[in-house]
Design a protein around this ligand. Structure first.
Ligand code: SF4
Length: 695
C-alpha cells in the first residue's frame, strides 16, 4: 500500500510521520510512525497521532461562504463569486483610503511558500506596508534578542540532539512535556548522560517535575533572576574571561547592571530563595558545556527582549555560547514559527530575513519580483498595533487574514473582536469556521497539510517537506491558488504561481545572500537528506546545523552583551486586582484550538478552559474543585471551573488560552507591548478571582 512520508501539521518540532490510505475509509488516511526521521524518531504526541481527523470534511469548511449584508447570515457561494467579492472589498478600500488602509494578517502555521507569497501579495499587489502575523505573538522577543546579541536569529543555533550531550540546561518558561512531548527525550537523555536540568517556571509543570532543580519565580520576574545569576557568576569569579575577551563586546556595562542585582534583592523581586539561586549558578557553571533555552514564559512580556538578553548575557559571561553543545536557543511554538518569520510576513522584513529598510535588500528582492524598489512599501504596523487600529481613521479598514484566529489568540481579545467588527471588509482563509472566520464578509475554505505540498522550517532551522498524501475535499483550495486568483483580479496576472515548488524556486532566489539563505535547498534535496539546515547558499553546501562556532553574525564577528536591568511588569497586582494571571497551553490542544477542539479524542482529553489555583488561595476564597470562577482584569472577564493544585504559586492563577467564549483567557491579557519586539504581555497581568455565583 502506498505510504507518504510527511510532517505533523502542528508545533515547531514538525515531527516526521507516515501517512497511508485508511483501509476502511476510501479517500482518508491514517497516521503511522516514521522512525527514521531524526527529530522525533517515530514518537508522536496525541495531537500528531490524531491529525488525520482534521482532514475529515465533517470537521471543516468545504465551500466558500459570503455574507450579503452586515449582520446577515453567511451563505455558500462559488469560488468565482467569493474571490470577486474579496478583490472588490480590498480594492474598494484601497481606492478610497489608500493602500495602507488594507491590512494583511498571516500565520506561523503557513508554509514557507504561503508566507512568502502572502508577503509578496501585500507589497506588490496591494502595495500596503501593513502586513504582520501571529508569530509576532510567539517568538518575536527571542528573535529580537537573538539578533541584538548574535546578529542573526535562528531559534536553535544547534540541532536538538546536542541537548542530550551538553552538561547543564536551564529551561526558562518552557514546558515541552505539554507543548512538544517527543522533545522530552532529549532532556531525559541529558540526565541519563550525567547532565543536569534546571527549570524556571511559576508552575511546577510536568517538565519541572523532571528537573534536578526547579526555580519558581513570580510571573514577570525572570529578568531579575537571570541578572541575579550573572551577579553571582561575577562575584564568585566564574566569568570565562578568555571567551569574553576574545569573542564578545559590551561585558563591562552588562556586568555593572548585574551587580545591582545581588541575591537578597533578587530573592525579594522573584520569590526565589538566594540559596536556590546559588545552587543554579553552581550547576550551570560547574558543567563545561551548557545551554539556556527559553520559550514563551520570559518572551511574552513587555520586557521580553531584555529578559532574553539577560539569559544570553549569562551564556556569554560563562563562555557557553559559540562552541559545541553550548549556547542560547528559543523553543519556537508554531509549526512554521521559524520559517514564517523569514520570508516576508513580518511588517519589518523581506524574504531571506532581510530588513525592509535596507536599500540593498530592497533592490535584491525587487529585482526577483520584477518591480521598482522605490515602489516597495516600508515597514508597517506590528500585529497588535495593526489589530488595534482596525476600522479607525488611520488604521486598516479592510483585512485579508490567513491561518490565524485572533478572536481567541490575541491579547485583550474582546477589544480585538470589536476592532474586527469595525472593519469595512474582512476576508478570512481558514480550514474551519473559526471564531474569527465567523465575523468575516467572505470565508475561503483552505486546503491543509496532507492535501498539499510545501516546506516548513522547524525550530532547529531545518527546512523540511510536507508532501501531499490525499485529495482535498471538493470545494477547497490552496492559499496559493487564492493568492493567484486574487492577484489576477487585482491586475497582476503574473508572478503568483499556484504550484508550491515553483513558488519555492522563486523563494530560493529571493532569499539568496540573505541571512536565511535557502539558495542551495531544493525539494529533491530535502527529500533525500531529511531536511536541510539554513543558511545553505548553494547546492554544494552541506547546510549549517550549528551556527556561531567560529564567529557570530555581527559585523566584527563578536557576540554583543546588552546591559539590562529589572523592571516590573506593566501591570502588577494591587488591592483591586490582587493576583497574577499567567496563561499557557495544555497537552491535548494547540494554540487557538481551532483545529484540535474539533478532534473528538482531543476534545475529550481537554474539553474546556479552567482556572488553576493553589489550595491556600482556594481556601481563602472558599472555592472547591470544579466550582465556576469569575476571573476579571481591567480588560474583561472570563468564567471557568476551578482546578485546585499545589503546583502553582499561591499568588498566581493560570488559564490555558485555547478556547473562545466565556472561558476565553485572552479576554483578560494585557496588550502592553515590548518596545523592541512589539510582543504583548500575555504572560503576566493582574486579576481578581471570585466564585462566579458571587460575582
Ligand atoms: Fe505534532 Fe508537535 Fe506533537 Fe510532534 S510534538 S506530534 S509536531 S504537535
Amino acid at each position: 500500500m502506498t505510504t507518504t512520508d510527511t510532517h505533523c501539521p502542528y508545533c515547531s518540532l514538525q515531527c516526521g510521520m507516515r501517512l497511508r490510505p485508511a483501509p476502511e475509509a476510501a479517500g482518508e488516511v491514517e497516521v503511522l510512525e516514521r522512525p527514521g526521521f531524526p527529530v522525533n524518531r517515530g514518537a508522536l504526541c496525541g495531537k500528531g497521532r490524531t491529525a488525520a481527523a482534521v482532514l475529515s470534511p465533517a470537521a471543516r469548511l468545504t465551500a466558500p461562504l459570503v455574507r450579503d449584508r452586515r449582520g446577515g447570515e453567511l451563505r455558500e457561494a462559488s469560488w468565482d463569486e467569493a474571490l470577486d467579492r474579496v478583490a472588490a472589498g480590498l480594492s474598494a478600500v484601497r481606492d478610497a483610503h489608500g493602500p495602507d488602509a488594507v491590512g494583511v494578517f498571516g500565520g506561523g502555521g503557513l508554509t514557507n511558500e504561503k508566507a512568502y507569497l502572502l508577503g509578496k501579495f501585500a507589497r506588490v499587489v496591494l502595495r500596503t506596508a501593513n502586513i504582520d502575523y501571529n508569530g509576532r505573538f510567539c517568538m518575536s522577543s527571542a528573535a529580537a534578542a537573538h539578533r541584538r546579541a548574535f546578529g542573526l536569529d535562528r531559534g536553535l543555533p544547534f540541532p536538538l540532539e546536542d541537548i542530550a550531550r551538553t552538561g547543564c540546561v536551564i529551561l526558562v518558561g518552557a514546558n515541552p512535556a505539554d507543548t512538544m512531548p517527543p522533545a522530552l527525550r532529549y532532556f531525559r537523555e541529558l540526565r541519563e548522560n550525567g547532565g543536569t536540568l534546571i527549570v524556571v517556571d511559576p508552575r511546577r509543570t510536568r517538565t519541572a517535575e523532571q528537573a534536578d532543580l526547579h526555580l519558581q519565580p513570580l510571573p514577570g520576574s525572570d529578568l531579575a533572576l537571570a541578572l541575579g545569576m550573572l551577579h553571582l557568576v561575577v562575584a564568585d569569579g566564574r566569568v570565562d574571561e578568555e571567551f569574553v575577551t576574545r569573542r564578545t563586546t559590551g561585558f563591562e556595562a552588562a556586568r555593572a547592571a548585574a551587580m545591582a542585582h545581588w541575591p537578597e534583592r533578587v530573592e525579594r523581586l522573584t520569590g526565589v530563595p538566594a540559596g536556590q539561586l546559588r545552587t543554579a549558578v553552581e550547576m550551570f557553571t560547574g558543567a563545561p558545556e551548557g545551554m539556556v533555552l527559553t520559550a514563551r514564559g520570559p518572551e511574552q512580556q513587555s520586557k521580553g527582549t531584555d529578559t532574553v538578553s539577560a539569559w544570553i548575557n549569562l551564556c556569554l559571561a560563562t563562555g557557553k555560547s559559540g562552541r559545541l553543545r553550548s549556547g542560547y536557543g528559543c523553543l519556537t511554538g508554531q509549526g512554521n514559527g521559524q520559517g514564517g518569520r523569514e520570508h516576508g510576513q513580518k511588517a519589518d522584513q523581506l524574504p531571506g530575513y532581510r530588513s525592509i529598510e535596507d536599500p540593498a535588500a530592497r533592490a535584491h528582492v525587487a529585482s526577483v519580483w520584477g518591480v521598482d524598489p522605490e515602489a516597495l512599501p516600508g515597514p508597517g504596523r506590528s500585529a497588535y498595533e495593526l489589530l488595534d487600529g482596525l476600522g479607525r481613521e488611520d488604521g486598516a479598514r479592510a483585512l485579508l487574514l490567513m491561518g490565524s484566529n485572533p478572536v481567541v489568540s490575541a491579547p485583550r481579545a474582546g477589544h480585538v473582536t470589536e476592532r474586527l467588527r469595525a472593519l469595512d471588509f474582512l476576508a478570512v482563509s481558514d480550514v474551519v469556521l473559526s471564531e474569527t472566520a465567523e465575523l468575516a464578509d467572505v470565508v475561503l475554505p483552505a486546503a491543509q497539510w496532507a492535501e498539499e505540498t510545501g516546506t516548513t522550517t522547524n525550530l532547529e532551522g531545518r527546512v523540511i517537506l510536507r508532501r501531499r498524501a490525499v485529495d482535498a475535499p471538493g470545494g477547497v483550495r490552496s492559499d496559493l491558488s487564492v493568492l493567484h486568483g486574487l492577484a489576477g483580479r487585482l491586475g497582476v496576472p503574473h508572478g503568483f504561481p499556484e504550484d508550491a515548488e515553483e513558488v519555492f524556486e522563486e523563494l530560493r532566489r529571493a532569499s539568496a545572500g540573505g541571512q536565511a539563505d535557502y539558495a542551495g535547498i531544493s525539494y529533491a534535496r530535502i527529500g533525500a537528506e531529511d531536511g536541510v539546515f539554513w543558511p545553505c547558499p548553494d547546492e554544494a553546501h552541506p547546510g549549517t546545523p550549528r551556527l556561531f562556532l567560529d564567529r557570530f553574525a555581527t559585523p566584527d564577528g563578536r557576540a554583543r552583551f546588552t546591559a539590562v536591568s529589572h523592571r516590573p511588569a506593566a501591570e502588577e497586582p494591587d488591592a483591586e486586582y490582587p493576583l497574577f494571571l499567567t496563561t499557557g497551553r495544555v497537552v491535548a490542544q494547540y494554540q487557538s484550538g481551532a483545529q484540535t477542539r474539533r478532534v473528538p479524542e482531543l476534545a475529550r482529553a481537554a474539553p474546556g478552559p479552567f482556572v488553576e489555583l493553589h489550595p491556600r488561595l482556594a481556601g481563602r476564597l472558599g472555592v472547591v474543585e470544579g466550582e465556576l470562577l469569575s476571573v476579571s482584569s481591567r480588560r474583561g472577564r472570563a468564567v471557568a471551573p476551578a482546578r485546585v493544585t499545589d503546583t502553582i504559586r499561591p499568588d498566581t492563577v493560570f488559564m490555558p488560552f485555547h478556547w473562545g467564549g466565556v472561558g476565553r483567557a485572552n479576554s483578560l491579557t494585557n496588550p502592553a507591548l515590548d518596545p523592541t519586539s512589539k510582543m504583548p504581555e500575555f504572560k503576566v497581568c493582574a486579576v481578581r478571582v471570585e466564585r462566579a455565583a458571587a460575582a
